[in-house]
Design a protein around this ligand. Structure first.
Ligand code: HEC
Ligand code: HEC
Length: 369
């Protein structure tokens, strides 16, 4: 016989079990309710909707992670006509000389170099002078011309200076293709922003002047095997383009080119040369990069008429090697340094520059280049 006490105990036990089960069920329901909507939202945003993948990638916030640019497979999301233009644009960047060089099959405009010789990996390498910021920052004011410049003007600047050649017709199929390629390379970059790793690496200052004599030794040890004793580079057997591009002499960039400014050349070389170096695996010390840049830019090269450049001398960058200057430092110091006294002077006399500064957005640090 069960005593009444026993049945009460049993009842209480089963009630406890019920409550516990209910509690577990409620808990599960709560977990489900909380996670599903968030999970769903995350999942939703990961689903490529075409537009999002090709047009709205978030800007890279991590300073150690450079912007990577669009991926080749995303090209298929463009219209067939656009795809064709982007691909032709890329072809022109990589094989410029085959189309537009001294033996080019479209026109003879340039010195035999390819855009890619300086804009590495078709202008897609972090700190390899890439094109990621172009679409987002042009048209922009540039103090070198004292004008608002379009992408077309900027591309033709490289034709006239870096490729020591002539302007490409603005209406040509080739210019249209180059612009389509720039637009594609800027995919996902918010307007007026410079993605991390765009353009040229800003190398640390030296306290002393860069030294061409020390730079010659670096050149002989680390560069000459490819770029040759007279800096003339090596032409391919078809003589259409270079296997190793020239660094000075009559087929190299002229005195109006961006690389003729020693900070640009040193920054470029530091994270890209000898071939195979990168920002996370550089092969030169800062001093070696500055000195070899000083050596290369002390050698002869084509001259450009620069009389129309920098209409306001106060807007010249610290390492622009041609006077007149607003500051008291000589041309030689502007060419090789030491640059800190010039930079300090420029900071103290910033008001000289207000006309230009007022036109610059703060994030456009490369505005004066
Ligand atoms: C000898 C080296 C060299 C060659 C060759 C060269 N460029 Fe450049 N280019 C530069 C340098 C240096 C800059 C300036 C980078 C800076 O100021 O950060 C530049 C800048 C540019 C810019 C502006 C980038 C920006 O973000 O503002 C464009 C566009 C450009 N080049 C297009 C071309 C095209 C197209 C070609 C081929 C027809 C070409 N370049 C060939 C060296 C070169
Ligand atoms: C293993 C061969 C090799 C070595 C060594 C090498 N380079 Fe280059 N360099 C190249 C190639 C190839 C390119 C063109 C890259 C391209 O078109 O993709 C280039 C491009 C350049 C450019 C831009 C294009 C131009 O001609 O103006 C500069 C500047 C440059 N190198 C400087 C140097 C310096 C300085 C060193 C030594 C510290 C060096 N290179 C060592 C192969 C080399």
């Amino acid at each position: 016989m069960m005593s009444p006490d026993d049945s009460v105990v049993k009842l209480i036990r089963s009630l406890k079990l019920l409550v516990a089960l209910l509690g577990v069920a409620l808990g599960l329901l709560l977990i489900l309710l909380l996670t599903v909507p968030f999970g769903a939202r995350e999942f939703g945003s990961a689903v490529p909707t075409g537009k999002e993948v090709t047009e709205i990638k978030p800007a890279n916030k991590d300073p150690h992670m450079p912007w990577k640019g669009p991926s080749e497979k995303d090209i298929s999301k463009l219209s067939p006509a656009e795809q064709q233009m982007v691909r032709y644009g890329k072809e022109l960047i990589v094989h410029t000389a085959d189309y537009l060089g001294p033996k080019g099959r479209v026109k003879h405009l340039s010195n035999g170099m390819n855009c890619q010789n300086c804009h590495l990996d078709a202008g897609g390498k972090p700190w390899g002078n890439n094109y990621f910021a172009v679409e987002a920052t042009y048209p922009k004011f540039r103090a070198r011309s004292g004008k608002i410049e379009t992408q077309t003007k900027r591309i033709n600047d490289c034709f006239e200076r870096s490729l020591n050649g002539e302007r490409l017709d603005e209406q040509s199929n080739e210019m249209t293709a180059l612009l389509a390629y720039m637009r594609w390379m800027g995919t996902g970059v918010p307007p007026r922003k410079l993605p991390e790793g765009s353009g040229i690496y800003k190398i640390h200052d030296l306290e002393r002047a860069a030294d061409p004599v020390a730079g010659k030794v670096v050149y002989e040890q680390k560069c000459q095997s490819c770029h040759q004793t007279a800096g003339e580079g090596v032409l391919a057997s078809d003589e259409m383009h270079y296997l190793f591009p020239p660094l000075w002499g009559k087929h190299s960039y002229n005195t109006g080119a961006g690389l003729y400014r020693i900070s640009n050349l040193a920054g470029y070389v530091k994270v890209n040369m000898p071939l195979g170096a990168s920002y996370d695996a550089p092969q030169l010390t800062d001093e070696q990069a500055w000195d070899v840049a000083a050596f290369i830019n002390s050698m002869p090269r084509p001259q450009k008429d620069l009389s129309k450049d920098w209409p306001d001398p106060a807007s010249k960058p610290f390492d622009h090697p041609f006077g007149p200057y607003a500051d008291p430092f000589p041309e030689k110091q502007h060419k090789y340094g030491p640059f800190n006294p010039i930079k300090d002077w420029q900071k103290q006399h910033k008001s000289l520059n207000t006309k230009y500064l007022s036109m610059a957005a703060p994030e456009e640090e490369n505005l004066y280049l």
